[in-house]
Design a protein around this ligand. Structure first.
Ligand code: ADP
Ligand code: ADP
Ligand code: ZN
Length: 208
């Protein structure tokens, strides 16, 4: 079966990471996520400063830095789930020159739900697995089911930074969603309900 090249779009907290993890396991794909790659290089010196300076403020990291990450990841991948990129129209144009996509899926979740999901998100300090204090609890509070690592709150998952990230999303990334909608490639899927239910909807799209 041909590899799938899937783009997952959606606001912060829509469940892109959660669903990308399931999709990569189900279809044996690479998970390309600029957010994780940048978090691993938060202190890296670039001519624009460090990624962490932008991330902790909820702002976008400059395009040249993220474009370079995506190019390197695409080179190594056959099938992939791309999550967290493109976040503005320039990135979308850059991406279209680098690869074709088989599925462009938008995870639709209302804003009040997003704030609840983001402020309650906890991530494993060691392996990066994602949990939620209410919606996806680990077996033992504060401890990762996968690896026993410590669960922490991301520095940008505080209420103020979440609001700023949602503003940045509306300003920069909603036009990207609109671009794929006008192009006729966008498939919209509700991101509400249990993660298993959302995953079923995604499978229907991919196996169409
Ligand atoms: P979320 O999962 O909440 O959407 P991410 O982990 O994707 O958040 O991104 C965290 C931060 O990393 C963003 O707020 C931004 O600062 C930076 N970032 C991630 N992807 C990009 C990108 N494509 N362009 C610019 N900045 C990015
Ligand atoms: P994104 O990558 O789009 O920012 P995540 O996958 O990290 O989103 O999910 C954000 C938070 O919401 C996490 O704490 C996650 O456990 C939780 N979450 C993800 N999907 C759902 C869902 N369908 N219902 C409730 N909570 C969810
Ligand atoms: Zn872990």
């Amino acid at each position: 079966m041909a590899d799938h090249r899937i783009l997952l779009l959606g606001p912060p907290g829509a469940g892109k990471g959660t669903q990308a993890t399931r999709l990569t396991a189900e279809y044996d794909l690479d998970h390309i996520t600029t957010g994780d790659a940048l978090r691993q290089n938060k202190e890296m010196e670039t001519e624009y400063g460090t990624p962490g300076e932008y991330m902790d403020a909820g702002e976008l990291v400059p395009d040249p830095v993220v474009n370079e990450i995506v190019v390197a990841a695409l080179e190594d991948a056959d099938g992939f789930v791309l999550d967290g990129y493109p976040r503005n129209l320039d990135q979308a144009e850059f991406l279209s020159e680098e690869t074709d996509l088989d599925h462009v899926v938008f995870l639709d979740v209302p804003e009040d739900v997003l704030v609840e999901r983001l402020t309650g998100r906890r991530v494993c300090d060691d392996c990066g697995a994602t949990y939620h204090v209410e919606f996806d609890r680990p077996e033992e509070a504060g401890v990762c089911d996968e690896c026993g690592g410590e669960l922490v709150q991301r520095e940008d998952d505080t209420e103020d930074t979440v609001r700023e990230r949602l503003r940045v999303y509306r300003e920069n990334t909603e036009p990207v969603v609109e671009h794929y909608r006008e192009e006729g490639t966008l498939v919209e899927v509700s991101g509400e309900g249990a993660p298993d239910d959302v995953f079923e909807r995604l499978r229907d799209v991919i196996e169409g």
